[in-house]
Design a protein. Structure first.
Length: 264
């Protein structure tokens, strides 16, 4: 699409492919690519597997695929420096045709004041199948609630959360967010609100969550992986390729070395 639009004089890029260390979106999106290529960097038992030869090979394949549109100049050049909301801004400003985003924040930004954009000019689609032709597993990030041990009102906090986390209270709150965050309770996700075919975004998210395998992020299996996210190791690895000109193999090996150290 990009060459055809450029031929008509439109200054537009094919896809907004972030690769910075100042946004968490590349972390989220890279893991979708890892899923597509079967690169299980952390096993369900918590074992770090990224250094295993077969997993390393699959990681390299996934990253080669991720950076291809960037290296082919099919992504806005400033995407290497994008902050958290910059991918949204780029898409809404029509700098790129496609955006990868872990929530429905982009269409939600249009619902109140630009309903034609929401219903007519934008579409949310599930992730495409992987290279093996099978549906790409979907990443899920379940939001957690903490009650600090030294809190002065632990019992009151627990009582409030017990009330808050009922379908009767959680359901209306999530619906008021128009589906930006998704329910984990089966009784809520089957609400007609999420399946409504007249809504091109929520219905697409519903299909993605119910028709593809759902996988948690690796820190669910090994909490030390949270350090990988905190240090933006995947974003740094992408920068080595897209900014510093490293080969994917060299960048992945540096990633493996640092990841092994922070998780040891």
């Amino acid at each position: 699409m990009q060459p055809a639009l450029r031929a008509k004089g439109n200054r537009i890029y094919g896809i907004g492919q972030g690769s910075s260390t100042s946004s968490n979106d590349p972390f989220f999106n890279v893991h979708i690519y890892l899923n597509a290529y079967g690169a299980e960097v952390v096993a369900p038992d918590g074992k770090l597997r990224i250094a295993e030869p077969e997993i390393r090979k699959r990681v390299i394949q996934a990253i080669d695929s991720y950076v291809k549109p960037i290296k082919s100049q099919c992504s806005p050049p400033d995407a290497v420096n994008w902050g958290g909301a910059d991918d949204n801004v780029s898409f809404v400003n029509k700098k790129n045709l496609v955006a990868m985003n872990p929530t429905l924040s982009i269409p939600m930004s249009q619902l109140a004041n630009a309903r034609d954009n929401y219903y007519q000019n934008m579409r949310t689609v599930p992730w495409p199948n992987g290279p093996d032709g099978k549906p790409t597993p979907t990443m899920i990030s379940v939001k957690q609630i903490l009650i600090f041990k030294q809190s002065k009102n632990i019992d009151n906090a627990k009582s409030f959360m017990k009330l808050f986390l009922t379908p009767e209270n959680m359901g209306p709150m999530l619906k008021a967010m128009n589906g930006r965050f998704w329910p984990v309770m089966p009784a809520l996700i089957e609400d007609a609100f999420y399946k409504d075919p007249a809504d091109p975004h929520r219905s697409a998210a519903y299909r993605q969550f119910t028709q593809a395998q759902n996988k948690p992020f690796p820190q669910t299996y090994n909490r030390a992986y949270a350090k990988v996210m905190a240090e933006q190791l995947w974003g740094k690895m992408l920068g080595r390729i897209t900014v510093d000109g490293w080969t994917t193999e060299r960048a992945v090996d540096e990633l493996i070395d640092r990841m092994t150290k922070v998780m040891s």
